[in-house]
Design a protein around this ligand. Structure first.
Ligand code: DAH
Length: 342
């Protein structure tokens, strides 16, 4: 085949391809576009491929010119396809074969769902809000001062054991100084609030706490607590019991009995374990007590002037008790079939 014949074939190819792609654009049709692409650029038997076979038949001396010309045409065809694709698909146009059929039934979008623990937190905040307690937040990364020291937990106390806490390998910053850790209790927020506000105080704080516990049906390395703090003149344990009873009855429903068992927490004196009886079963939900005078002093309050009560309860426990969930891991293994029930 002569060079001229070969070039003529290439020119014809460009002309007819341009014509076909224009047609696809005119019809705004994805189907035609794809057929045209296969017809000209198809890897197996496209027209360009057919012409390429003749390249071998061109006299040896003419091959460099023929090859160069072939490559130009190839690029040109690809450009034609590219701009036809943009014309048909771009600009929001969907093409003829994909027009919106308004008579088809709709596809219901899958809506997200609020996690049962988040629902519980919202509800508990709401209940405590009605009793006059404002919800406040504290940081999850804490320092020794707020997690231990100001809460009357001295350096030698076993609660500060590195094996029982997630200490962070970073230099301390912020107000407290000392080591930093993932907070092991929300009692930290009591200190943060009292450091910045004068009594009377009436707050709750709900959030995550972290402990390197072995994970099982009732333990998880991260869980949530609701912390309550009331400081005022003449606060008594009767006030504490009354608030907890109203709180528990509002959340669980019906009358809930509260039982205090003597206990010890460094930041309360006296301290109690809080049990609740609901639907004839007693269950322990956390700790409480009267704020220890040492804690009041640590934040600059005068224990002769004010007294207070504090409590810290497990949010998962409350949520699991109400919904009859028997394994805390169900809440955190992201099984949406399980979670969507609540
Ligand atoms: N912070 C305690 C814990 O995590 C719970 C607790 C006990 C909180 C007594 C309190 C309290 O506010 O008064 O085990």
């Amino acid at each position: 085949m002569s060079l001229n014949d070969f070039i003529k074939q290439l020119d014809d190819l460009v002309e007819s391809a341009a014509h076909s792609f224009e047609n696809a654009i005119r019809e705004v049709d994805k189907q035609i576009l794809e057929e045209t692409r296969v017809e000209y650029l198809g890897a197996k038997s496209g027209k360009l491929k057919e012409v390429q076979k003749n390249l071998g038949k061109v006299p040896k001396d003419d091959k460099p010119v023929a090859g160069k010309r072939f490559n130009e045409v190839k690029t040109r065809l690809e450009e034609l396809f590219q701009s036809a694709t943009e014309a048909i698909m771009g600009g929001g146009g969907k093409g003829k074969s994909e027009k919106l059929d308004v008579t088809l039934p709709g596809v219901r979008p899958r809506l997200g769902h609020i996690h049962p623990i988040t629902q519980t937190i919202d509800e508990l905040k709401d209940i405590m809000g009605r009793l006059g307690f404002s919800a406040v937040e504290g940081p999850e990364i804490e320092d020794d001062w707020h997690n231990f020291e100001a809460l009357n937990i001295p350096l030698e106390h076993p609660a500060r054991d590195p094996l029982d806490n997630f200490y962070l390998n970073v230099a301390a910053s912020g107000t407290g100084g000392g080591n930093q850790l993932m907070r092991s209790q929300t009692s930290t927020v009591q200190i943060r609030v009292m450091e910045n506000h004068k009594p009377p105080i009436r707050i709750v704080s709900l959030g995550r706490v972290y402990r390197p516990d072995e994970i099982d049906a009732t333990h998880y390395a991260m869980f949530h607590q609701i912390e309550g703090l009331l400081v005022d003149t003449n606060v008594t344990m009767a006030d504490l019991k009354y608030v907890l009873r109203l709180f528990a009855s509002s959340y669980l429903g019906g009358d809930v009995e509260i039982r205090f068992r003597p206990s010890f927490f460094p930041f309360t004196e006296p301290s109690v374990e809080v049990d609740m009886r609901w639907q004839d079963t007693w269950l322990e939900f956390g700790g409480a007590g009267m704020v220890d005078p040492n804690v009041l002093k640590a934040v600059g309050y005068d224990p002769e002037e004010v007294t207070g009560f504090a409590f810290g309860l497990g949010v998962e426990r409350l949520c699991m008790r109400r919904h009859g969930i028997h394994d805390i891991r169900y809440l955190y293994d992201s099984n949406t079939k399980f979670l969507a029930q609540f």
